[in-house]
Ligand binder design. Structure first.
Ligand code: NDP
Length: 278
């Protein structure tokens, strides 16, 4: 029987993860099945337990269950502990190992696919939710010159900056407090694009040559990328590359082999896309 994997979420029907992992498995000659599993909002733990009892070997976790997966794991990698969120579970007997591959996925997309190394850059991270928490540690590790978190609810930006202080120098602020500053890399980790809402950002944020990155992806340009284009960002990128790269990191953890991501990213781009996270 093939090894079983899956992605748990609610909703999860839009997820591209089954197609991504099927493509990785075919390319790497791995005998596995990977399915999308809709867990009830109050029944995530029971759904995962049933999956493990039925022979599940590993799982991805998407909205809104990443913090709960972090509490359920019996052991955490240091990056998952720092993020307080788990997007990848590996099951080995009684042990449920929780990891977070979002940050590694973002960094690999930036460095490998987009040729944008973080070291020495002035980086702005917009948002202080689960996605921001997942990528902050790896971003700090990559050695930016400055890292600022700006969030609609200012207090959450400060809380997140304080939580990450052990990992490197980072500060928090409101959108309005960004006035007069400019950045080389601007990452949108808010869900504002989901509602089609533009972010209320001051003028002058996009330094010449800057890269604007929206973790969100979908058909057409997101409101953040449209704004960035109008405000002088030199390069625009959506989060589809991050999605594929975080999946490759999880696949590697489970199967011990790193799949090539470029063909899968090209396949998704040509097939058309949906919105969302994992
Ligand atoms: P959360 O709900 O945890 O956080 C949402 C964040 O967005 C908060 O900081 C919130 O601010 C902010 N926000 C929401 N609406 C607005 C608005 N109208 N104006 C300004 N700020 C707003 O979501 P996640 O962090 O889990 O996800 C964020 C995005 O990242 C989603 O679009 C998701 O699809 C994407 N994502 C992509 C991945 C990929 O692989 N490409 C992986 C993971 C996530 P406040 O604190 O004030 O409420």
């Amino acid at each position: 029987m093939s090894d079983r994997y899956g992605v748990f979420g609610n909703p999860v029907g839009h997820s591209r993860s089954p197609a991504i992992h099927a493509a990785f498995a075919a390319a790497c000659h791995q005998d596995l099945v990977y399915e999308a599993i809709l867990a009830p909002l109050d029944g995530f733990a029971a759904s995962v337990r049933a999956f493990v009892e039925a022979g599940g070997c590993g799982a991805n976790v998407t909205l809104p269950f990443k913090p709960e997966a972090c509490r359920l794991a019996t052991r955490l990698t240091s990056r998952a502990r720092l993020a307080g969120a788990v997007n990848t579970l590996s099951f080995d007997g009684q042990e449920w190992l929780g990891d977070n591959t979002d940050g590694a996925g973002l960094l690999r997309d930036l460095a490998h696919n987009l040729g944008c190394p973080i070291a020495g850059m002035r980086v702005l991270l917009l948002g202080a939710g689960g996605a921001a928490r997942g990528v902050l540690g790896p971003l700090l590790e990559a050695g930016p010159r400055r890292l600022v978190i700006a969030n609609r609810t200012e207090a959450r930006a400060h809380e997140l900056a304080a939580r990450m202080a052990s990992a490197g120098e980072v500060s928090g602020c409101s959108h309005a407090q960004l006035a007069g500053q400019s950045f080389d890399l601007l990452i949108n980790a808010t869900s504002a694009s989901l509602a089609g809402a533009p972010l209320p950002l001051p003028d002058g944020l996009f330094a010449s040559g800057s890269l604007a990155y929206d973790m969100m992806y979908g058909d057409g340009q997101t409101p953040f990328l449209r704004l960035a284009g109008r405000c002088g960002a030199a390069r625009l990128a959506d989060g589809l590359g991050m999605l594929v790269e975080q999946a490759a990191e999880a696949f590697c953890l489970w199967r011990g082999v790193r799949p090539a991501t470029a063909p899968v990213l090209a396949m998704l781009r040509s097939a058309g896309r949906d919105t969302g996270g994992q």
